[in-house]
Design a protein around this ligand. Structure first.
Ligand code: SF4
Length: 238
């Protein structure tokens, strides 16, 4: 069951025309990690990605299919950090490929959650991430000093790929950063909601509640994702 393939395909199709740079992963590019959340004071910041109530979208999709190719890379859609001079809308999308999804559904659910939680273990120096999972937001305060020392999306993408590499069965990760202000952030935001809804739907099904498709609000999802309905029926019987 590939929960996210449609979202992955849509995201790549939508963002490919906006791509300004791509960098194949090189471990030497990965930005140093602070090891824990650091505080960047307002007086030391250059700007905030997603600041001033602008968009700050984040989601992570995991697949074992070729919807994500085997090359780890960072993809930038829009200007890089050194060319940004004020708060702006922003998105970071992680597409992670694994060699196989876990064999049992419970393990698979855990696998998806493990990938989604990687972001809480990435603390690039000078790049203060504030996540708000309930709003699907990832706002970032960027240090002026870090930019002066070479901080870029290439190095931040490298830091995230380095962290995803620790996942079991890891094959590749694509980290997409969107700073092009003409991008449709509303559509990206809806994708983030959709990713969250799919993980929650899987969780609900695994809880073993009886299947009642006629009155279930997840019906569109189960119509689209092969195997969801069979899984729920199996679970409800067990
Ligand atoms: S199988 Fe039916 S009841 Fe179960 S989540 Fe899907 S639509 Fe809902």
């Amino acid at each position: 069951m590939e929960l996210f393939d449609q979202i992955i395909t849509d995201s790549l199709m939508r963002l490919n025309p906006l791509t300004t740079q791509r960098w194949a992963y090189d471990p030497d590019d990965a930005w140093p990690d602070a090891g824990k959340s650091e505080l960047i004071l307002q007086r030391d910041m250059a700007f905030e990605l997603g600041g001033s109530d602008q968009r700050a979208v984040n989601y992570c999709c995991v697949t074992s299919s070729e919807s994500v190719d085997a090359q780890s890379e960072t993809i930038l859609c829009g200007p890089d950090l050194e060319s940004i001079d004020a708060d702006c809308s922003y998105a970071r999308i992680s597409l992670v490929r694994v060699s196989s999804l876990e064999t049992t559904e419970d393990e698979r659910y855990r696998q998806l959650c493990d990938a989604a939680f990687v972001k809480y273990r990435v603390f690039p120096k000078g790049f203060m991430i504030r996540s708000s999972p309930e709003n699907h937001r990832e706002q970032v305060r960027v240090s002026r000093d870090a930019i002066a020392h070479g901080l870029s999306f290439r190095s931040i993408g490298g830091a995230f790929i380095r962290a995803y590499q620790a996942l079991p069965n890891f094959v590749s990760a694509k980290i997409l950063f969107v700073t092009d202000q003409s991008a449709d952030f509303e559509v990206l935001y809806r994708s983030a909601i959709d990713v969250d809804a799919r993980i929650k739907a899987l969780n609900t099904i695994l809880s073993g509640l009886p299947a009642d498709c006629a009155s279930c609000k997840m019906k569109p999802l189960c119509d689209e994702v092969e195997g969801m309905r069979e899984l729920h029926n199996q679970r409800a019987k067990s």
